[in-house]
Design a protein around this ligand. Structure first.
Ligand code: NAP
Length: 282
């Protein structure tokens, strides 16, 4: 039997925070074994419990027959977490090295490959709606992952929502600007509407409810309709009507251009962080 029968996947997660919990829980049924380690132990215990797995108290006790090693800590802990893991687990003497799956923002594939000494690596970028089972996960496979391994990983992440496999790190960073950071833009847009409603006399709680319902209703309509988004917009917009006036104002203020500029800034910052990661780990 091979790991490509996904019921046989044995997994260790280094880190057991919000994102690990949100992303891994939907895959629970596909894991034969699940282990988690965190320095304080508390969150490893609670994640392991919800996954019907085990928490590990010391890195010297990690099982050496795992198929996937998840990196789920913060990028600023990368050097300490990885060097502690490599030395305490006696990584150099493992017979079979697991696939490395990293959810760390701004940590390029080449840094992961260098640290773990092989190229069976996958970078992923989840987003916060994963917490309610509605996330999007971007995937970027390293050079030495085989076709079967990639399809195993795609099948696993599809259990947590839509996925997109990127062709290279540039595309991964560009798409991260939309799907990874996207929830923040949506929250900001909603916040502006909420505050406008309050200015017009709606009490705080109701203003939030109305702003959120607007987003939820419009999103569900987009999802259920097969019409192009432009047509859905046009269906709300009579020539010279009130919506038309608002959209013309957005156009005059280059709404589209300003969104695109923000996305380009996001990508620029990704490049800068990538350079920092290369320097720190070279
Ligand atoms: N939140 C997002 O929107 C988002 C989106 C995409 C990607 N990500 C990525 O997801 C990762 C985790 O973020 P999060 O929001 O889940 O963080 P979080 O809730 O703060 O959890 C971080 C986890 O890492 C553990 N940890 C700290 N040092 C460690 C070490 N040396 N070895 C092993 N584990 C260690 C912590 O352990 P303790 O419990 O003991 O403190 C904690 O369980 C980050 O790399 C982030 O870039 C987050």
């Amino acid at each position: 039997m091979s790991i490509y029968n996904k019921k046989l996947v044995k997994v260790l997660s280094l880190g057991a925070g919000n994102m690990a919990e949100a992303l891994l829980f939907p895959m629970k049924g596909a894991f034969q074994e699940f282990h988690a380690f965190t320095p304080t132990g508390k969150r490893a215990k609670s994640l392991a419990q919800s996954m019907d797995g085990q928490s590990i108290d010391s890195l010297s006790m990690v099982p050496r027959d795992i198929d996937i090693l998840f990196l789920a800590f913060k990028p600023q802990h990368y050097q300490d977490a990885v060097s502690d893991f490599l030395s305490a687990s006696d990584w150099a003497n493992w017979d079979k090295k697991p696939i490395i799956v990293s959810m760390l923002a701004g940590t390029p594939i080449s840094v992961l490959e260098k640290s773990f000494g092989h190229k069976r690596v996958l970078r992923i970028m989840p987003n916060t709606p994963a917490k309610i089972g509605m996330g999007i996960t971007l995937l970027l496979p390293g050079d030495d992952l085989g076709t079967e391994e990639i399809s195993l990983l795609e099948n696993l992440f599809e259990m947590a929502g839509p996925i997109y496999s990127c062709r290279d790190e540039d595309q991964f960073d560009a798409l991260t600007a939309v799907t990874g950071s996207g929830p923040a833009y949506v929250f900001e847009f909603s916040r502006i509407l909420e505050s406008f409603l309050q200015e017009k006399g709606v009490e705080e709680k109701k203003a939030r409810e109305l702003a959120v319902s607007l987003l939820v209703g419009s999103s569900n309509l987009m999802q259920e309709s097969s019409l192009p988004l432009e047509e859905l917009r046009n269906n709300v917009t009579s020539k010279n009507g009130v919506t038309f006036a608002a959209l013309e104002s957005l156009k005059e203020n280059d709404f589209g251009g300003s969104i695109k500029q923000a996305l380009e800034k996001n990508i620029e910052r990704s490049f800068e962080l990538r350079e920092v990661a290369y320097k720190m780990n070279s």
